[in-house]
Design a protein around this ligand. Structure first.
Ligand SMILES: N[C@@H](CCC(=O)N[C@@H](CS)C(=O)NCC(=O)O)C(=O)O
Length: 212
């Protein structure tokens, strides 16, 4: 299996965590998101993923984009070490938490959005930082409230799920952008617990071969 990603990509980070949790061997192929105007825009990569975004998973002659679709594929392909609870209501709750990160926070702060703010709308670095902090805080506030009803050691009781995978990667990104996380004790606790686990440590951006 091959994973096209980038060490700092939060979406690729999610998939790496899932692969390590499931003990699936994979080869990482780096797509540098900044060098030469961004390798995600190269003809070769565009052929593989017309969205020009990472990650893309290649499993034999099958390729797939969208980190949550990839994780769902891995879950069905390798159901042991499940990333979702069995009970359908719990499963739906976990999915909703994951989507709270993947749909409500991540896309607004993506590289291409930030590039557009700066280049087409002439937004200053300071205002861009304000944008990032605003959308992260809106999302984290809602997640923190939800965790009061469902968190245990992890987002959903005491078992690792897709929600933890998404949250850990997003909080990494928040630290990268110096977002003040002090208002989110439950998020910090859950992320701290996850980051003690070998799969999460192996998946850390700094532990990737293309980390600079
Ligand atoms: N919804 C997509 C998001 C993918 C995405 O936005 N990836 C970012 C890195 S985290 C990217 O490739 N950005 C490149 C760009 O914005 O040009 C997923 O979950 O896979």
């Amino acid at each position: 299996m091959k994973l096209y990603g980038y060490w700092r990509s939060t979406a690729a980070y999610r998939v790496r965590i899932a692969l390590h949790l499931k003990d699936i061997a994979f080869e990482s192929i780096s797509v540098h998101l900044v060098k030469n105007g961004g390798e995600q825009h190269s003809d070769e990569y565009s052929e593989l993923n017309p969205n020009n975004l990472v990650p893309t998973l290649v499993d034999g002659d099958f390729s797939l984009n969208q980190s949550l679709a990839i994780i769902d594929y891995l879950e069905l392909r390798n159901p042991e070490k499940a990333l979702y609870p069995q009970d359908i209501k719990s499963r739906a709750k976990v999915q909703a938490l994951a989507l709270d990160v993947a749909c409500e926070i991540h896309p607004l702060n993506n590289l291409r959005v930030q590039q557009y703010l700066a280049s087409s709308l002439s937004v200053t670095n300071e205002a861009k930082q304000g944008w990032v902090e605003h959308w992260m805080n809106v999302g984290f506030m809602a997640i923190e409230r939800q965790l009061t009803t469902c968190a245990g050691q992890y987002c959903f009781a005491d078992t690792i799920t897709l929600a933890d995978i998404c949250l850990v990667a997003q909080v990494y990104n928040a630290h990268r952008f110096n977002v003040d996380m002090s208002a989110y004790p439950l998020i910090n606790k859950v992320v701290n617990n996850c980051n003690q686990l070998p799969a999460f440590i192996k998946a850390l951006p700094e532990n990737q071969p293309d980390a600079q």
